[in-house]
Design a protein around this ligand. Structure first.
Ligand code: ZN
Length: 268
């Protein structure tokens, strides 16, 4: 079995802690990253200048600019991935599961299925949530709901926007976008890759897991599904068919245990 398991990006990367460049903050992470680059770089003036420029941009790029970029990136990703048409069985299933979530928790959300064997799902800062058919094959309806709730958490808690800021600033695109007033398809695709592959921090994943459990509670969905979804992913994490992402970013088992504690805790 050779299918690619990329879990997480936004969401499930959850499983995969770390590599995430982005952390809680906004500009601060990118700023310290830039400083690090200067420290460990080749010491050339050019490298220093570039790092300094990134650092300045980190604190000046506005949320509005990031949201505008996000819309372009999502449009490009929808364009290049195989989006399930309305009549497709996956689209029908996701539509049924998300019908009541158009305005969830004050967010304007939209949902689409990407037809691919990859096991993944992600959310972007504008409220676009994309679920891969490979993940839908793995999970039952309530488990999928818990993943969706987790993704919504990343949007609601500002993680998606923070990650976009980091990815945007790290991309060559950002440096020309301002002066040229827009991004080309290639730059958007590159940024999309970064958004999908960059991981959230462990703290962000835990916070989104907790949000996901609250989401399940709020809608009166079956809480144990949140744990069983994570156990299924944990199983993949431990198998040889898991991608290198899994081996370098363990943690699904621990997260499943945390979720277990959350769902068995007494209601306040
Ligand atoms: Zn996540």
């Amino acid at each position: 079995m050779n299918r690619h398991i990329a879990v997480c990006s936004s969401l499930f990367a959850a499983l995969l802690l770390s590599a995430c460049l982005s952390t809680e903050g906004d500009g601060a992470a990118a700023l310290s990253g830039a400083a690090g680059a200067t420290q460990f770089g080749d010491g050339s003036n050019e490298a220093r200048l570039s790092a300094a420029t990134d650092a300045v941009r980190a604190v000046t790029v506005s949320d509005e600019e990031l949201q505008a970029v996000t819309l372009q990136v999502v449009a490009e990703m929808d364009n290049t991935n195989q989006v399930a048409p309305d009549a497709n069985k996956y689209a029908k299933r996701l539509n049924k599961l998300t019908r009541n979530l158009g305005n969830e928790d004050g967010l304007e959300l939209n949902f689409k299925v990407y037809i691919t064997d990859e096991i993944n799902a992600f959310a972007t800062a504008d409220g676009s949530i994309r679920v891969y058919s490979g993940l839908m094959d793995l999970l039952n309806d309530n488990e999928l709901r818990s993943v969706i709730g987790h993704e919504i958490g990343h949007v609601k808690l500002g993680h998606s926007l923070a990650k976009t800021r980091t990815a945007y600033l790290a991309s060559a695109a950002a440096k020309v976008a301002v002066s040229e007033g827009g991004l080309g398809a290639e730059a958007l695709a590159e940024l999309g890759e970064k958004l999908i592959n960059a991981q959230f921090s462990q703290a962000q994943e835990s916070a989104s897991d907790a949000y996901g459990v609250e989401f399940m509670r709020r809608h009166k969905y079956k809480l144990p599904a949140a744990e069983s979804a994570m156990r299924k992913l944990a199983k993949l994490e431990g198998s040889s068919s898991g991608s290198k992402l899994f081996s370098s970013h363990p943690g699904a088992q621990e997260r499943a245990d945390e979720i277990h504690a959350l769902i068995t805790a007494k209601k306040k």
